[in-house]
Design a protein around this ligand. Structure first.
Ligand SMILES: [Zn+2]
Ligand SMILES: [Zn+2]
Length: 263
């Protein structure tokens, strides 16, 4: 018998690949004093009954773990191999030492290939001490489990690169999407909460802009939606909010949401 539970999502980062503020930029967003305009690279922490995992581990991973005071992390799910989503993996060492075991990383074969290149020293047959130790679990579109929890991987397109989105119960987290095929959209029906990337107002080859994200939300009809992977070019947090329908919100670092799931 599966039982219903309430899970928690915490936004660890909601910024695009350079984060906000952008180094050297003096625009109004990058110099804003509103804490909601300070965005680390996009990542979330998912807390289930007995299992905590992060989706992505970008360059700000260490800072994000410290800021959210994460003491228990059981796995990391990777959406794709771009640096703003994997660069922080060296710091899983803290969790290697805490538990004296290899750290579970859920990713596709293509992402693993990139990890073997980017973190070659962790994959050597006899790695020297002090390197991160990964326990790679392969995923593909479809259902997989983290501990006993079923999670559905949804394949989306980042220009021509496949990226995994994840559905956990009535919540789905999708980042770095430009388009989603029809068969994958079917997995996003009946959502309470959709988290979706929206870079800014302008057209972009590999990211949805505001209009494209709103069209997807209109099509999928989740009860509510949150925009993430935000560029400084999108404007200040407060301004973006005024251009959205009533059930669509801009995510910000530290925002927490709850959702229902069963296992
Ligand atoms: Zn990204
Ligand atoms: Zn990307």
């Amino acid at each position: 018998m599966s039982k219903k539970h309430t899970g928690k999502l915490t936004f660890l980062g909601t910024g695009t690949s350079q984060g906000v503020p952008v180094i050297t930029c003096e625009c109004g967003v990058c110099s804003s004093s509103d804490f909601k305009d300070q965005r680390l690279r996009s990542s979330v922490l998912i807390q289930l009954q007995n299992t905590n995992f992060a989706i992505d581990a970008g360059p700000d991973f260490r800072q994000q773990m410290l800021r959210a005071k994460v003491k228990q992390l059981d796995a990391i799910l990777l959406t794709h191999q771009h640096k703003d989503h994997i660069a922080g993996l060296d710091d899983v060492r803290a969790f290697n030492y805490q538990r004296n075991k290899d750290f579970p990383i859920y990713c596709t074969l293509a992402v693993e290939t990139a990890l073997k290149r980017e973190f070659y020293y962790a994959f050597e047959p006899k790695p020297i001490s002090g390197v991160p130790r990964f326990n790679i679990q392969h995923i593909d579109k479809g259902i997989f489990h983290v501990d006993e929890n079923p999670i559905e991987a949804i394949e989306v397109w980042h220009h021509r690169m496949p990226v995994m989105g994840f559905r956990i119960g009535d919540l789905a987290y999708i980042t770095d999407a430009k388009t989603i095929d029809k068969d994958q959209k079917l997995k996003l029906k009946g959502l309470d909460t959709l988290v979706i990337n929206a870079l800014h107002e302008y057209k972009h080859s590999s990211h949805m802009n505001r209009q494209e994200a709103l069209e997807l939300i209109e099509e999928l009809q989740p009860r509510k939606a949150y925009l993430t992977h935000i560029s400084h070019l999108f404007g200040k947090h407060q301004e973006i909010g005024t251009k959205l329908p009533k059930n669509v919100f801009v995510a910000f670092d530290g925002l927490e949401l709850s959702f229902e799931y069963s296992c």
